[in-house]
Design a protein. Sequence first.
Length: 188
Amino acid sequence: MADYQLIAEPPLAGTDVRIGTVRLLAADTLAIVSIALPLGEEAAAEKALKSSFKVALPESGQSTVAPDGARVVRTGPDQALILLPETRQSPEAFVLEKLKHTVYATDQSDVWSGLTLEGEDALAVLERICPLDLHASVFPTDAAARTVMEHLGVLIIRTGEQSFLLLSASSSAVSFLHAIETSMRNVA
């Protein structure tokens, strides 16, 4: 009998599409951990975040980048995502240890598929499929929001003047990629 070894791979791994002035890349090295702050223990969790990641917990709808490249995205009053710039064996254990077990944590890396959209016409691409006003005066760098693109739920984070990180469910990764590529073609 053959000896097979299964290797986990993000659903959009290797995606690198250039159309016109826009580039779409798989964010396939991200490790994503959801954290919840325990009721009555928020101050301890926020202190641990500051001491370990060197950033304050951002306001809801905002994100902040730590010196090590980790991004903390506030998704609700007592919730956040920590996006680690590289995959790890156990991202949940890593975050719990870094935050001195002051939060509840869940590894979400396999739940999300991520794409980075960048370039001169990135905003035009998103305007065709996203109902949010993403103009920089309304949605500045480090802003984050949950929305719908086409029929898919998406977490969108503005990472720069002309760049966005888009996260959607892994189960619909191919449809997610198709929607964005189609919009890219329509803009070009």
